[in-house]
Design a protein around this ligand. Sequence first.
Ligand SMILES: NC(=O)c1ccc[n+]([C@@H]2O[C@H](COP(=O)([O-])OP(=O)(O)OC[C@H]3O[C@@H](n4cnc5c(N)ncnc54)[C@H](OP(=O)(O)O)[C@@H]3O)[C@@H](O)[C@H]2O)c1
Length: 296
Amino acid sequence: MKIVILGATGQVGQALLSQLPSDYCALTPSHYEVDFLVPGAISAYIADSAANLVINCVAYNQVDKAELEQDIANRINALAVEEIVAACEQLSIPLLHFSTDYVFPGKSAHISEQLYVEADTPGPINVYGQSKYRGEQAALSVAANLVLRVSWVFSEFARNMGKHIATQAMHGEPLCIATDQFGSPTYAGHIAEAVWALVPELLAGADGGLYHLSGNAAVSRFQLAQAIVDELLVQGRVDAHYKLSATTQAQWMQSANVTIAQRPHFSALACSRLAGRLGRPVTSWRMGLAALVAGI
Ligand SMILES: NC(=O)c1ccc[n+]([C@@H]2O[C@H](COP(=O)([O-])OP(=O)(O)OC[C@H]3O[C@@H](n4cnc5c(N)ncnc54)[C@H](OP(=O)(O)O)[C@@H]3O)[C@@H](O)[C@H]2O)c1
């Protein structure tokens, strides 16, 4: 079976490749071979690929910069996805696509809030979220396509928030982290496990649909950062006296000297729908911390 993985150099793409089942052949065009900003490039590649499935990990993920580059974010996160959907439909093959918790407006910043379920109404409050929402809706317009909304993805691969926190802490650099922003961290390796469990069903013609995939718990940015520092301590990779500083989202936005996007205060995702399809609970984000720290 041939599977096109778009965005294989990103953290989710690298995690997928690191767990690629041996009976699949992955086609992994680079950014330069298939530039999402060039209309027609993706559909031409997919048409020539003779693939059985496409997985799209490409995204314009720079949440703050997207406020200034709305057009680019839209072209990569929405228009290009519309093109992929049409190309897959032409070949009658399914698309597995990723979306985000930032399609939601957020609830008040409180840990006891109910986690977002798939049936909750989206209402993105920043350009990145708006562009991703349009992309996921395009993907979901075809029943065979599957969309996984993931959130706060961390891993030992590529650039990401978890790796940044770990690297700064290991170098003794100060970190000031918000205590009033809650989400559900997701280890990229756990995304790969779920994807490779779902792919055989999609290849066999099962319907796709919309699913949340995250570490299945609501934690603050500060709690996530503290858990990473604690894991660094366990592995003897950080000074025993290293301390994080706490801030609030409002203070952080005020102190920044660049454009900062609004972020949901609480956007943690509930994953029971996916757990039902997988036949097992999703894996806790905490199970990914050791691999993150060991891999840096
Ligand atoms: N990271 C998170 O915290 C997070 C949270 C929620 C949802 N998600 C979603 O999860 C999915 C995977 O994210 P990720 O964290 O793996 O992203 P990532 O690490 O930022 O990787 C993005 C990928 O997109 C490629 N890319 C960017 N612009 C491109 C263009 N114009 N043409 C072709 N390729 C281009 C990059 O290639 P180069 O490196 O070669 O430029 C890279 O392979 C995305 O749909 C994202 O929206 C991520």
